[in-house]
Design a binder for this molecule. Structure first.
Ligand code: SF4
Ligand code: SF4
Length: 412
């Protein structure tokens, strides 16, 4: 595609990057076939090809309107289009650049601004989110059905951590909302890795990865969260010889793996950010594929449908690993159609675009439950909470299922 970027951005690093990405797109439209918003809305401007065209026009200096922003807001940033594109167009990076420009040149209404500000303020603050969730859970029994479904139930899983005892150590991201919503996930990861000879540790004061605010188009606030997390991790990275930084939420993992790029223009942090990104691993990359094989369990809990989050399969390009680990742990895989499509969670998308998000969840749950699983497994806390609110069967993080299988083997 030929481009002629406007003076305001042509010579900036992001302008050069956007120009290189745009020039790779040949407008073939292959990506539209796997775009969830195009499937739901049927408008080319809600497809990757249409959005790329809109961003090109914006960067070439065309007027920016609320409609331009609407089509960019409706994008889930699921990056299914990147997996499909035969030309290697890095759409995710391009839409970040386009959104930043559009955000600065348009005005949101007061209600939209207020919602985004509340999410940006509240979600990354673990203690505040935890308090709000506890209040919500206390009144949950007394609210009507549809509202009740929006308030996650009290967590029930085993949140006990083993004491660190191994020479091999890995850091784990605590995250912002996961400690309140499902403290059992990191605990299960710690127990599984402990059995495999690795101690998992959390750094004091380490919170949000920065993805929440960055994807609300508050890029500098998101980068501040990234810098704060790097500062919290750095003494342990430098002094304690941690082998890896494990992330149990794939949505956060894709952000941490991108720190080197996102902070490349910050002279104080770029080297540290690159080191952090090089150490970052999704949990499925550190649980070895040859951990002790477990005989298939008989009974209704053994059939599992895996929902592969977009941040895992498209963002991190990790496919098939969790399915293999679940199978080795003795679970039978239920077939899932259209496994490449987003469930509609997408960070704060489910709160900001509830109609499209709800339709995508309905389609995803139909596909996941078609094989009559006893349980749905996922790899991301956002997808877990979003799917659980309407699912007829429990939705769990896959590591909790592996942990339970290993525990049953010990008890047998
Ligand atoms: S992003 Fe890729 S698949 Fe989509 S129109 Fe451009 S070249 Fe074709
Ligand atoms: S990121 Fe997802 S929703 Fe956005 S254009 Fe690509 S496929 Fe469509």
């Amino acid at each position: 595609m030929q481009t002629e970027l406007a003076d305001f951005i042509r010579d900036l690093p992001e302008g050069k990057e956007a120009d290189a990405i745009l020039r790779k797109c040949v407008h073939c439209g292959f990506c539209t076939a796997t775009c969830p918003t195009y499937q739901v809305l049927g408008d080319d401007l809600d497809s990757p090809r249409g959005r790329i065209y809109l961003i090109k026009r914006v960067l070439e200096g065309a007027p920016v309107t609320g409609r331009t922003r609407l089509h960019l807001d409706r994008c889930l940033t699921c990056r299914a289009c990147e997996t499909t594109c035969p030309s290697g167009v890095r759409y995710g990076r391009l839409v970040d650049i386009g959104r930043e420009v559009v955000e600065k040149r348009t005005w949101r209404g007061p209600w939209d601004w207020l919602k985004r500000s509340a999410l940006s303020f509240g979600l990354p603050r673990t203690a505040l989110f935890s308090l709000a969730l506890k209040v919500g859970q206390a009144v949950r029994p007394f609210v009507p059905g549809r509202l009740k479904a929006k308030i996650p139930a009290r967590p029930e899983g085993n949140a006990a951590w083993p004491a660190p005892r191994h020479a091999r150590r890995m850091l784990v991201l605590g995250g912002c909302v996961q400690p309140a919503l499902a403290p059992s996930i990191n605990a299960a990861a710690a127990r599984v890795l402990d059995r495999l000879g690795i101690s998992l540790i959390e750094a004091p004061g380490a919170g949000c990865c920065g993805g929440v605010r960055f994807h609300l188009n508050r890029h500098e606030a998101g980068r501040d969260d990234m810098r704060a997390l790097i500062d919290a991790w750095w003494p342990l990275v430098e002094g304690h010889g941690v082998e890896a930084i494990v992330v149990t939420a794939s949505g956060c993992g894709v952000t941490v793996k991108d720190y080197g790029h996102l902070l490349a223009n910050d002279p104080d942090y770029r080297d540290k950010a690159a080191r952090i990104s090089a150490l970052a691993r999704d949990l499925c990359e550190v649980v070895p594929a040859d951990f002790p094989q477990i005989r298939p369990q008989s009974g209704p809990q053994s059939r599992v449908a895996f929902q592969s989050p977009c941040s895992l399969q498209h963002g991190q390009q990790l496919r098939g690993r969790v399915e293999a680990l679940l199978q080795r742990a003795g679970y039978e895989a239920a077939a899932v159609q259209d496994a490449h499509l987003c469930c509609g969670s997408a960070g704060t998308y489910s709160l900001l675009q509830p109609a499209i998000s709800g339709e995508l969840r309905r389609r995803k749950l139909d596909a996941l439950q078609a094989g009559a699983p006893a349980c749905i497994a996922t790899a991301n806390i956002g997808c877990l909470t979003h799917l659980q609110s309407e699912s007829a069967v429990p939705v769990r993080h896959w590591i909790e299922l592996v942990d339970e299988a290993l525990q049953r083997r010990v008890n047998a």
